[in-house]
Design a protein around this ligand. Structure first.
Ligand code: URA
Length: 438
């Protein structure tokens, strides 16, 4: 086999064989295939697409390009949850303890944030002492003991995806359905859970900006998961405005704790109950997603979700007192406010701009090497559809560098669209895909 023939074949729009895909992935991981040839193939894939069979093969080749996790020592049906990434998306911090409180083991690997969406691992590390790196045996025994563990992805999982994702990032080849689906699903399948709930975000703060594309991506990922024998369900959810009010690291953890105390924003609470309800159903603890949602709502109300969060934080070395004393989180020294210049109704809060603004506060990374300010971030005080008076606060900026905060405030000011006529609130949960498939 040779790489020039494979690139030529894809350039002509022909389907690659399973052997060709496997040969490419193995050769690329070993370093036998140079970046310039891999880039040419990625671009041909972006322009000509891949059929389902090719996408399944690529997922499989990437899944087995490194270590895979064997979760069989953990009792019960393990259910994973993944978000395609959004601004203010702290859902994992809420759904994981809620599902675990309802008896579903959650053994989850999460990523760090890059760009304008934060990663769960960064958020968890804002809890003093919290360890996101555990020995495999400790990870498994923690889930067996308390039903939950969330750690960072190890370097040895899906190395092909790591290498290819970095290349896609710098060659304008991220936005291909097949490449995104295989990238996400190779990691989820390698991580070993029995069932997967995907939260596919749609809107200007997400990879998929329209509902049609989000549903197409979701259907493809559901097919990949089910074909691999992992029951997979996807929710298509709103990312045209930030989720909840907090965008950053420690401030998102605080909002997640508030939500587990039953005092969280309406949107994040509703989404968390819905997603964890599906997890409880897929985990075999409820007869339907609705019955699952009733169980997780109860776990929210009776405090068992919060108690599970406490156990989880403590088990991973974090200081559980953060739950009652938010002063134990890293502290910001500066605060600025963005005021409304006119009265009216909020028609839009562009999530992408708020995400960028949050990165400017110091809460996000522009490059992998950047360090982040765990105390920095933005509290968005209003949501789309809300009425606002001139001079009312639209958003509060936290951090430790006034130039950075001013920069963030200027960016965020462009995110708010205020008009005289009333505006509709966007639909939060748009569609669930895969509930009737096996
Ligand atoms: N997230 C991933 O893990 N991979 C992609 O290609 C896009 C989003």
């Amino acid at each position: 086999m040779n790489m020039v023939d494979i690139i030529q074949k894809k350039k002509e729009g022909k389907a690659l064989s399973p052997e060709e895909i496997k040969w490419f992935i193995e050769g690329y991981v070993k370093g036998d295939i140079p970046d310039y040839q891999a880039s040419a193939l990625l671009m041909a894939v972006c322009l000509k697409g891949m059929d389902e069979e090719e996408t399944f093969c690529l997922t499989d080749a990437m899944r087995y390009s490194g270590d895979t996790i064997d979760l069989s020592p953990i009792k019960g049906v393990k259910v994973d949850k993944h978000s395609t990434g959004g601004v203010g998306d702290k859902t994992t911090l809420i759904v994981a303890p809620l599902a675990a409180a309802c008896g579903v083991p959650v053994a989850k690997m999460s990523g760090r944030g890059l760009g304008f969406t934060g990663g769960t691992v960064d958020k968890l590390e804002s809890i003093p002492g919290f360890r996101t790196s555990l020995k495999p045996e400790d990870f498994l025994s923690q889930v067996n003991n308390i039903g939950i563990s969330v750690i960072g992805q190890t370097a040895h999982i899906t190395p092909a995806d790591k290498k290819l994702y970095a290349l896609r990032d710098v060659t304008a080849t991220v936005d291909s359905f097949g490449l995104i689906a295989s990238s996400i699903m190779s990691k989820k399948l390698a991580a070993g859970s029995d069932a997967i709930v995907l939260d596919v975000k749609v809107g200007d703060g997400a990879f998929m900006e329209n509902r049609h594309d989000a549903a197409a991506l979701a259907r493809l990922m559901v097919k990949i998961g089910n074909k691999a024998g992992r029951r997979t369900v996807a929710a298509i959810t709103e990312m045209g405005q930030p989720l909840g009010n907090a965008v950053g690291n420690s401030i998102e953890v605080i909002e997640a704790i508030e939500t587990l105390k039953g005092k969280g924003p309406e949107d994040i609470t509703r989404l968390a109950v819905k997603l964890s309800g599906i997890m409880v159903y897929l985990g075999g603890k409820a007869a339907s997603p609705e019955a699952g949602a009733a169980m997780t709502e109860k776990a929210l109300k009776d405090g068992s979700g919060l108690a599970k969060f406490r156990e989880f934080v403590e088990a991973q070395g974090g200081n559980p007192d953060v739950i009652t004393d938010y002063g134990l989180f890293p502290q910001h020294s500066l605060k600025m406010e963005l005021k409304a210049e006119e009265s009216g109704y909020i028609h839009k809060i562009e999530a992408r701009r708020i995400g960028l603004a949050s990165q400017h506060t110091g809460a996000g990374r522009a490059t992998k090497e950047d360090t982040i300010d765990l105390s920095a971030g933005i509290f968005v005080c209003k949501k789309t559809g809300d009425r606002v008076q001139k001079d009312q606060t639209l958003a509060i900026f936290y951090g430790n560098d006034s130039a950075k905060l001013k920069n963030a405030l200027n960016e965020a000011a462009k995110a708010f669209v205020i008009e005289k006529e009333p505006a509709e609130k966007p639909e939060l949960i748009k569609e669930i895909i895969g509930l009737n498939e096996q």
